[in-house]
Design a protein. Structure first.
Length: 446
């Protein structure tokens, strides 16, 4: 190898060594610097960069304050939104109630309020879109809550007036319907009088004692039951008008009875009236007299003559002429009409006091009762015109099975009832000789 080639090789090798040494030196310096930086405590770093740390912390606090303000502003905006909606509802209620009866001023005022609140809603929308922050959200929310409560009170006041108006309208309709009913009743009575000029029992005018039979009793009984129902209906109407709890009253008369329809509770009141009015029916003169009676045949004839004398007489005339009927009327009125009932109907006890003193009121209620009392009394006289062993009255106990021989169902369709049983007797039954006149009963499922 010549000297030139050796010299070139040495030079190249020297360059390589220098490059490697230079590279190792740079890496070592960076490593030293890195180690020195890691060895410094954090307090020293914070002191060195304290300005940067303060600035960053302050920026975070500012962000939190901004978020709180935005949240409060949104809540205030929602409060105003709900307050405006409540105002619109109140205004709409005002418009509704002003339509009937027609009130143009009320409609205009409600319309203006609706327009005003719609403008407020538009402004709220713009505030939201423009991200306007409320400077005092707490005050805004408080004012919005006050506005909402005022709108709710206004709505309740308007609805209260509306319901009062509807109630007055219904009362007017009830009064009108009652007047129409009275007119219809009066028309029916006039038609009946034209058909029977001498009264409903005029068909018995020529009846003789020896010709008496069960058919005559059935005729009088039909009119008696009709008068009982007429009085019961009036009594129930007065109870409803006076604010009685009809459900509780029906339950106290016939405890535990189950009614197929709510309207069937009427039968409980008819049962009550019949039970009181026919109590003692099986005794001569309802056991109101203590004196001895005449011989049996003579007694029967006396009862028949009383029936014939008074069957067409106005009840007021019978009161004047017959002391037994006066006593019967007074006893039965005090038994049927409880003092609390009378006070709720008339506001005082004057009607009761009049009857107790031997005078008689001229009210519709007492007139209906007097007509019913007359019919029950003359039916009783007719029953005792038969021999005692031929005429009897009966009722059916609760829980007895239904029998078509002795019973008639007042709730009409008993076919859908499984094993129908008697819930209570409405109108008692009678037996005249061998003739059975069915009692009327209310049935329930067994």
């Amino acid at each position: 190898m010549d000297s030139n080639n050796v010299s070139g090789l040495v030079k190249n090798f020297t360059k390589v060594l220098r490059f490697k040494t230079s590279t190792n030196g740079v890496g070592s310096k960076e490593k030293v610097k890195k180690n020195k930086f890691q060895d410094k405590p954090i307090e020293a770093l914070l002191k060195k960069d304290s300005a940067f740390v303060v600035t960053a912390t302050q920026s975070l606090e500012d962000d939190e304050d901004e978020k709180v303000k935005i949240k409060a502003s949104i809540e205030a905006l929602l409060s105003k939104l709900f307050a405006s909606i409540s105002s619109i509802k109140a205004s709409y209620a005002q418009i509704q109630i002003s339509e009937s009866p027609y009130d143009p001023d009320g409609i205009q005022a409600g319309d203006e309020l609706v327009i005003s609140e719609l403008k407020n809603l538009s402004e709220l929308k713009q505030s939201y879109l423009k991200k306007v922050i409320d400077s005092s959200p707490q005050v805004t929310m408080l004012l919005a809550e006050i506005q909402e409560q005022q709108s709710l009170l206004k709505t309740y006041d308007i609805m209260s007036k509306k319901y009062e108006s509807q109630l007055k309208l219904q009362d007017s309709e009830i009064t009108f319907l009652r007047e129409k009913l009275e007119e219809s009743d009066e028309l029916n009575r006039s038609i009946e009088q034209r058909l029977n000029p001498k009264g409903p029992l005029s068909v018995l005018d020529n009846l003789l004692f020896d010709d008496l039979n069960p058919t005559h009793f059935i005729t009088v009984l039909r009119h008696t039951v009709k008068s009982v129902r007429s009085f019961t209906k009036l009594m129930l109407e007065d109870m409803v008008t006076s604010g009685w709890d009809i459900d509780a009253a029906a339950n106290s008369i016939e405890p535990g009875s189950v009614y197929l329809k709510s309207s069937h509770k009427y039968f409980a009141f008819e049962s009550y009236v019949c039970k009181v009015m026919f109590d003692g029916f099986q005794y001569p003169n309802f056991a109101l007299l203590k004196e001895s009676l005449a011989e049996q045949e003579q007694q029967n004839l006396q009862f028949f003559q009383t029936f014939m004398d008074f069957k067409e007489q106005p009840p007021q005339e019978i009161l004047r002429l017959n002391s037994i009927f006066r006593k019967f009327l007074r006893v039965k009125y005090f038994d049927v009409v409880h003092p609390k009932m009378e006070y709720s109907f008339f506001g005082d006890m004057s009607q009761r006091n009049l009857i107790n003193s031997g005078r008689y009121p001229e009210t519709k209620f007492f007139t209906k009762f007097l007509e019913m009392a007359k019919m029950v009394w003359i039916l009783h006289c007719l029953a005792f015109s038969f021999n005692p062993d031929q005429a009897s009255i009966f009722q059916i106990r609760k829980g007895c099975r239904f029998s078509e021989v002795f019973m008639e169902c007042v709730n009409f369709d008993e076919s859908h009832l499984g094993n129908p049983q008697v819930s209570f007797t409405v109108v008692p039954g009678f037996k005249i000789g061998k003739t059975v006149i069915q009692c009327q009963v209310y049935l329930s499922a067994g």
